[in-house]
Design a binder for this molecule. Structure first.
Ligand SMILES: Cc1ncc(COP(=O)(O)O)c(C=O)c1O
Length: 381
């Protein structure tokens, strides 16, 4: 790499082939009238088979799927929902919209996901659910969380927005909790532009979500334009689902490539002898979907400027890296609301200042990965 070289490397973008274009074109040309749900049904069937769950509902976003599921569970004013402090606000927003309170607990330093001990310490009489977010495609300790949930009679929801392709002890992320929610935003491993999926094995919950998602019209109701309650409109369009069908046909390749990109970064770091770093962890018995290649450099510290400085150095070379999620309890809507036990090291505060999301599109070249790693190495000295 010459010292004056500048490339343009996006942090992520979807993998769109002629197949996606063909299906979307067909949906635009023919997917109306009696065919207006054809691709939606196909996409739902393909997703259901991939995940190994009984019921799925395609939605306009993951946020919508979470909102529907939480509403159907009866989460409302006065209730508390425990979730990780390290997160995108999309998980907390539906809780707030329902009039309930998100309770933020710390993450584990090795998975960057919910710390089960902290979850248990945060449970009160008002706790209505625990949301396990599989951050960046990493996996929460589901055995521990499900056991805590069972012991206290509290359902565990899986926010698997970032975790398609991740497998925990043989079970796919999103398939283990009371319900799961996925995102198909344009940055995700599979995309429909915007979009989401609600998934569950619980028929009663599915029925409620189906009704809520369809403006309160009960599943199987013959009478037309007849709502039984006030619901929501969080539907996916047939054209979006057409793109989703093509992505599902390619899902193994898409997930495999994400894992490959992460491995290429790991190999390059090792080859270059960069010290003290850790990439997305893969726990024993787990396989991560590696949605977002993320690196933690050096020693976690709340006051470090390392991530900020590295991001700037990369930007100066045309590389679009992104910051690790700031703790939600540091953001204006939730400032100061971290629920921590005396044991806490506040990893949600000390990891982001030394962590970065690296460019990891499916089509990133090995040469671009080397360029990113070289730029990082130069910025570190
Ligand atoms: C962890 C997490 N949950 C929920 C969402 C919301 O997904 P969507 O944009 O499809 O609503 C995102 C989006 O990036 C996310 O990262």
């Amino acid at each position: 790499m010459s010292s004056s070289e500048i490339r343009t490397i996006p942090y992520t973008r979807p993998s769109i082939t002629e197949l996606e274009v063909e299906y979307a074109t067909d949906a635009a040309a023919n997917g109306w009238g009696e065919h207006c749900y054809t691709y939606i049904s196909r996409f739902e069937e393909a997703f259901k088979a991939y995940l190994g769950v009984k019921y799925v509902i395609a939605t306009s976003s993951c946020t919508g799927a979470l909102h529907l599921g939480m509403h159907a569970m009866g989460i409302g004013p006065g209730d508390e929902v425990i979730m990780a402090d390290t997160n995108w606000i999309a998980t907390a927003a539906p809780i707030v919209h329902l009039g309930a309170k998100p309770v933020f607990v710390d993450i584990l330093p090795d998975s960057w996901c919910l710390d089960p001990e902290q979850v248990e310490a945060a449970i009160t009489m008002n706790t209505k659910a625990i949301v396990a977010v599989h951050l960046y495609g990493n996996l929460c300790d589901m055995d521990a969380l499900l056991e805590i949930g069972k012991r206290h009679g509290i359902p565990v929801i899986e926010d698997a927005a970032e975790a398609i392709g991740s497998v925990y002890q043989g079970k796919r992320a999103g398939s283990m909790g009371s319900f799961g929610a996925f995102s198909f935003h344009g940055t995700k491993t599979i995309t429909t532009g915007e979009g989401g999926m609600f998934v569950t094995n619980d028929f009663a919950l599915y029925e409620k979500v189906m009704t809520l998602s369809n403006h309160g019209r009960v599943l199987g109701e013959q009478k037309q334009f007849w709502p039984e309650m006030v619901g929501f409109k969080y539907k996916m369009s047939n054209i979006q689902a057409a793109i989703g069908c093509a992505q599902m046909q390619r899902i193994s390749t898409l997930v495999e490539r994400k894992r490959e990109v992460l491995q290429l970064y790991k190999n390059e770091f090792e080859r270059m002898g960069i010290p003290n770093y850790g990439f997305n962890p893969e726990m024993h018995g787990c396989l991560i979907g590696a949605w977002m290649t993320t690196v933690v450099m050096g020693v976690p510290s709340e006051t470090s400027k390392l991530s900020e400085n590295l991001q700037l150095s990369l930007k100066n070379r045309g590389i679009d890296a992104r910051p690790f999620f700031a703790p939600l309890s540091s953001t204006p809507p939730f400032r100061g609301r971290l629920s921590i036990s005396s044991l806490s090291k506040k990893w949600s505060y000390s990891i982001p200042p030394v962590a970065l999301n690296l460019p990891c599109s499916h089509d990133i070249s090995e040469s671009d990965i080397c360029y990113v790693c070289n730029t990082l190495k130069e910025a570190l000295v």
